[in-house]
Design a protein around this ligand. Structure first.
Ligand code: 5GP
Ligand code: MN
Length: 340
C-alpha cells in the first residue's frame, strides 16, 4: 500500500471529530467527493461535519447527504461552533486555502490535523499534514474511491457513496469526454454501476433539469455574447451583471457555457468572463497541450488544470476583455500548433 494511504488508514483507526470542506462555488466533484467521504467516515464511527463556503447548484440538490451539509455563508455561527469541536479537517477538491474565500477564517489558530485529498496541480503542501494529491485521475471523487478501496476494501463502498462518486466523475469529465483517458476511471465506473448506480437517471438529474431562463441565458450567450478570433484559435463569451439579472441568474446557471465556445472547430482556447459583484470571474478551457492553468496563473490570479482553469480580474469587464485580447498575440504560435 502506498505510504500516504497507510498514513490515512492509521490516522482514522481511532474515532476522530472531522470537518470536511471544499472550495467556493462547489461543483459536482467538490460536493460528490465530500459527501462520499462523509458517508464513509460516518460508517467508520467518526463524528463528521461537511462545511461548504457558499451555495451549491440546484442540480445537485438530490445527492445523498446534501441536506446535512452546513453552508458557511448562511450559518457562520454553527460552522464556527462545529469547527471548534473538530480535531481534523479534510480539504477536498482544492489545494490552496484561498479558494475557500471567507471560510478560510475558520482555519485560523486551529491545531487540527490537516488532510488534503485533491487532483489539481501544484498543491500548497506546506498547509497540510497529510497530502493525497494526484493529477492523473478524473476527479477528487475518483481519488476518494481509490482511497476507500485501499484502506477499507471495495466492500466498504455503499450505493449512496457510489452515487456521490459517480456525480463527481461525470461532472469533472464532461460525462467522460475529457480528463478520463485512464483505464481505472472506467473500472471504477463499472464497479459503481454494479453497486446500483443508475447512470442514466443521474445524467438526467444533472443535465436535463435546466430552468427555462438558464436555457435562454445559454442561447443569449451564444447568439449575442460570443466573440471568435480565428487568427488566435480563440473564442470567448462575456456576461455582464445586467445579462445575468435579465435571465434570473441562479448559482450553477453559467456552468458548461464555456464548453460551447471550445466546441467550435479550430478553437483551442475558450474563456467565459462573468461579471460578479466586485470582480470579473474567468473560466477557461483548452484543447490539447495548451495550458490554461499556466495562462491564468500568469495573468489572472487563478489556477486549475491544463485544460480547465479559473481566475479573477479586479478590472472592469471592458478592461479585462482588452487585457485578454492584448495577451493573445503572445500565444499565437502555441495556439496555432495545438493538436486535437
Ligand atoms: P471552473 O472554470 O469550472 O470554475 O474551474 C475550472 C477548474 O479550475 C476547476 O477544476 C477548478 O477547481 C479550478 N479553478 C477554478 N478557479 C480557480 C482559482 O481561482 N484558483 C485555482 N487554483 N483553481 C481554480
Ligand atoms: Mn474536481
Amino acid at each position: 500500500m502506498k505510504e500516504v494511504y497507510k498514513q490515512i488508514q492509521e490516522y482514522f483507526s481511532i474515532p476522530r471529530k472531522i470537518l470536511i470542506t471544499t472550495h467556493t462555488n462547489p461543483d459536482g466533484d467538490a460536493i460528490g467527493s465530500s459527501l462520499a467521504f462523509y458517508k464513509y467516515l460516518i460508517s467508520k464511527g467518526h463524528e463528521v461535519n461537511v462545511i461548504v463556503p457558499n451555495d451549491y447548484p440546484s442540480f445537485l440538490a438530490w445527492i445523498p447527504g446534501i441536506k446535512d451539509m452546513l453552508i458557511y455563508k448562511h450559518d457562520e455561527k454553527k460552522c464556527h461552533k462545529v469547527s471548534l469541536e473538530a480535531d481534523t479537517v479534510c480539504c477536498l477538491d482544492f489545494n490552496s486555502l484561498h479558494r475557500m474565500e471567507k471560510l478560510a477564517e475558520v482555519f485560523k489558530n486551529k491545531t487540527w490535523k490537516r488532510i488534503l485529498i485533491d487532483h489539481h496541480p501544484i498543491p500548497e503542501v506546506e498547509a497540510f499534514d497529510i497530502v493525497l494529491s494526484q493529477t492523473k485521475v478524473s476527479s477528487t471523487s475518483e481519488l476518494v474511491y481509490d482511497l476507500i478501496s485501499e484502506i477499507s476494501g471495495k466492500e466498504a463502498i455503499t450505493r449512496e457513496m457510489a452515487e456521490c462518486i459517480y456525480v463527481g466523475i461525470i461532472t469533472d469529465t464532461g460525462s467522460y469526454s475529457y480528463s478520463c483517458n485512464y483505464e481505472k476511471t472506467f473500472l471504477a465506473t463499472a464497479h459503481l454501476v454494479a453497486l446500483g448506480v443508475d447512470g442514466e437517471r443521474i445524467h438526467r438529474l444533472v443535465y436535463d433539469t435546466y430552468s427555462e431562463s438558464r436555457m435562454r441565458l445559454l442561447g443569449y450567450s451564444l447568439s449575442e455574447r460570443l466573440r471568435v478570433f480565428p487568427e488566435f484559435s480563440t473564442a470567448y463569451i462575456f456576461l455582464t451583471k445586467e445579462d445575468l439579472k435579465k435571465f434570473k441568474f441562479q448559482i450553477g446557471d453559467t456552468e458548461g457555457i464555456v464548453n460551447y465556445a471550445l466546441s467550435i472547430d479550430g478553437v483551442s482556447l475558450a474563456v467565459l468572463f462573468t461579471e460578479k459583484e466586485n470582480h470579473i470571474r474567468l473560466s477557461l478551457r483548452s484543447k490539447g497541450n495548451f495550458s490554461v492553468n499556466e495562462l491564468v496563473r500568469l495573468h489572472f490570479e487563478g489556477g486549475g488544470h491544463r485544460n480547465a482553469a479559473g481566475g479573477n480580474s479586479t478590472k472592469s469587464m471592458e478592461e479585462t476583455l482588452k487585457q485578454f485580447e492584448a495577451i493573445l498575440p503572445s500565444y499565437k504560435s502555441e495556439l496555432a500548433s495545438v493538436q486535437i
